[in-house]
Design a binder for this molecule. Structure first.
Ligand code: NDP
Length: 290
């Protein structure tokens, strides 16, 4: 039976480190600041933003949520972004997705100053990541690397297989693994014979968005499996008839893997704490405090 890699204790450790960094900055009269633009139709977004704001408060990071009206245009949001770009108290700008349908999300994201892009989505930051220059890297991929490192998983020399090639998870985590000297294979919907490619992995990352697709047959005995997927699926035995599911079929996978992250409670807790870490990093890089 696989070891369960719980995200919460790892996230709590990072949270303590971030809190110490914030305290040190504040002792020097600098308070890191994060501003979230909440301008979308998805009711779940408000909850995610509230959780982010709460963690800012706990850590002593100055936080602010801007909620433009439902009929806000692309130009309205570009104006807000421009104002935040110019505000020295704002170290991180997070545009909570999805935005209202009438808004051009790509234009808004591109307008964020790369030095304040705590989501690491701006092409400048993706370029910095690809070329190993200092910059801001998207939160979930960094969180995955933290889980691997802090659970003592050797990365250098390991065969890593990443299933999924999105700009948000698959591609950046592949680059981070490469920079940690893993031998990386990236798979996607057109990969031939995915189970046999996946079975080569010492480290298997599933970031697909297809609930429970990766069964035990995809896993080399003893491999470390990181399940990024989060989907709500019907389950008659669950309290509200629905439950969270990862991309990995936990019962069969945990019988083969050496270690595995659960869903929920695996990668998820890392994502939010890495946002805090990125805000502090942005503050230090931009205000040159090191
Ligand atoms: P995307 O939909 O952007 O990308 C999915 C990727 O999976 C694509 O590259 C796609 O391939 C690939 N894929 C789809 N079907 C298959 C298949 N049958 N076989 C092999 N590859 C396949 O998703 P994201 O990367 O944004 O998210 C992935 C999952 O991670 C989602 O469940 C999301 O909710 C979750 N997530 C969780 C986070 C957390 O904090 N825990 C944070 C971010 C995401 P192709 O490119 O060929 O279409």
């Amino acid at each position: 039976m696989a070891k369960i890699l719980e995200g919460k204790p790892i996230a709590a450790g990072i949270q303590r480190e971030v809190a110490a960094e914030v305290d040190a900055l504040r002792a020097r009269g600098i308070q890191p600041g994060l501003t979230v633009i909440l301008a979308g139709p998805d009711p779940a977004s408000a909850l995610y933003v509230r959780n982010k704001m709460r963690m800012c408060e706990t850590l002593g990071i100055r936080s602010e949520t801007i909620t433009p009206p439902q009929d806000a245009t692309t130009d309205d949001l570009l104006e807000i972004v421009a104002r935040l770009n110019a505000d020295n108290r704002v170290d991180g700008i997070l545009v909570q997705l999805p935005l209202f349908p009438q808004v051009d999300s790509k234009r808004v994201l591109l307008a964020v100053d790369p030095a304040k892009d705590v989501d690491g989505f701006h092409p400048v930051n993706i370029g910095n990541l690809a070329t190993q220059r200092p910059g801001l890297v998207s939160c979930t991929p960094v969180g995955i690397i933290e889980i691997l490192k802090r659970s003592g998983t050797p990365i250098a020399g390991a065969r890593a297989v990443v299933v999924g090639r999105s700009d948000i998870v698959g591609k950046p985590v592949s680059l981070l693994l490469l920079h940690e000297n893993a031998t990386v294979t990236i798979c996607h919907s057109r990969t031939r014979d995915l189970p046999s490619v996946a079975r080569e992995a010492d480290i298997l990352i599933a970031a697909i968005g297809k609930p429970e697709m990766i069964t035990g047959d995809y896993i080399k005995p003893g491999a470390v499996v990181i399940d990024v997927g989060t989907s709500r699926i019907p389950d008659a035995s669950a309290p509200k008839g629905m439950r969270w599911a990862g991309d990995v079929h936990f019962p069969s996978a945990s019988a083969v893997a050496g270690a595995i992250t659960p869903v929920p409670g695996g990668v998820g807790p890392l994502t939010i704490v890495m946002l805090m870490a990125n805000t502090v990093k942005a503050c230090k890089l931009r205000r040159s405090t090191d």
